[in-house]
Design a protein around this ligand. Structure first.
Ligand code: BTN
Length: 335
């Protein structure tokens, strides 16, 4: 199911009146407050119920909002969202192969910057380096955002690093814990993977035509398939309790809009400083795998363009722009 901005806003407006009313509100008053006919109000309430909102309706007392579905619905995301330009449209689906795939299609057909694709589950969620992204229903965030920066393609890594900073800020705001960033953009808690970012772009001559930023975040996963148990975690597992996926998503959009605006207007240096404060990579011995090739060394720094700088055992400084890094186990005396 997908929702246009205006239809989502129409439903969001009814929800707002129901929420503000607190208790029941008559169909007549609801209609008057919204400047709609009672039949139009009934239709909207009907659509909200079909999405899982529990709304009691009695001819005597009127309408009362009893429960909100635990879904990433456009009405919930847009409600109270404090962004200025990332305002949707929000396309929500129960199941998709990959939110990035659909967002790329929409972007190629002209979808504006700020277009959001979310799914409750993905059947073909993709990670970096051709990996799968485990996407069970209703517990994680699987979101893709369309961007249209007027930038050359070489600046893409900086957008990716910026995205990761926004995730750390959002998780800290909503869940009170700050994940670490493993270069370039893996989010870790207790040394295990909490989330990841897949940034894809389309270019024309020497500029970016559009970018799709895909974020996968393990939020309320009670556990993981056996092959991931040792390496993956969720907010629930690492921090305890259940977290609102809607609030996390909204916080990420708000933080990312602020950082992305700063990146476009003032460049990358300040954001890179913040990225460095959150990273768990720098100062460690790491091995980078790039297909069959492996380079090991001390992760010295990140260059202004987002590349990782490694100092190898031979003292050579190597720039790494892609690949998977693994920290080397700490060596104790006599090991
Ligand atoms: C990684 O760590 O390798 C990146 C994982 C990115 C997963 C997200 S989930 C939403 C979006 N759709 C996809 O198919 N992938 C990204």
């Amino acid at each position: 199911m997908s929702s246009s901005k205006s239809s989502a806003q129409g439903l969001a407006a009814v929800l707002q009146v129901l929420r503000d009313a607190g208790d029941a509100i008559s169909g007549e008053r609801l209609a008057a407050q919204m400047g709609l006919s009672r039949a139009a109000v009934w239709k909207r309430v009907h659509r909200l119920k079909a999405q899982g909102y529990v709304i009691e309706g009695s001819p005597r007392r009127g309408y009362r909002l009893l429960a909100v579905p635990d879904k990433l619905l456009p009405e919930e995301i847009l409600q109270g969202l404090k962004t200025r330009s990332f305002m949707g449209p929000v396309h929500h689906f129960e199941t998709l192969a990959s939110t990035n795939d659909l967002a790329k299609e929409l972007a190629a057909r002209g979808a504006p910057e700020g277009t959001v694709v979310v799914a409750e589950t993905q059947t073909g969620g993709r990670g970096r380096l051709g990996r799968e992204w485990n996407s069970p229903p209703g517990v994680g965030l699987y979101i893709s955002l369309v961007l249209r920066p007027m930038l050359p393609p070489v600046e893409l890594p900086q957008i990716t690093l910026t995205t990761a900073v926004a995730v750390v800020r959002a998780v800290r705001r909503v869940a009170g814990v700050a994940p670490g960033i493993k270069w370039p953009n893996d989010l870790l808690l207790n040394g295990k993977k909490l989330g990841g970012i897949l940034t894809e772009m389309e270019t024309e001559s020497d500029r970016i035509r559009h970018v799709v930023v895909g974020l996968g975040l393990n939020v309320n996963n009670p556990g993981f398939p056996v092959e991931l148990v040792a390496t993956a975690t969720s907010l629930t597992l690492a921090a305890g309790g259940a977290f609102s996926r809607v609030n996390l998503l909204k916080a990420w959009l708000e933080e990312f809009e602020e950082l992305y605006g700063r990146f476009l207007n003032q460049g990358f240096p300040e954001i890179l400083e913040e990225w460095k404060r959150f990273t768990v990579t720098l100062g460690r011995m790491v091995t980078v795998r790039q297909g069959p090739r492996e380079i090991s060394g001390l992760a010295l720094d990140v260059a202004p363009d987002g590349a990782l700088l490694l100092r190898t055992a031979a003292g050579e400084i190597v720039r790494v722009t892609s690949g998977e890094i693994t920290p080397e186990p700490a060596r104790g005396p006599g090991v």
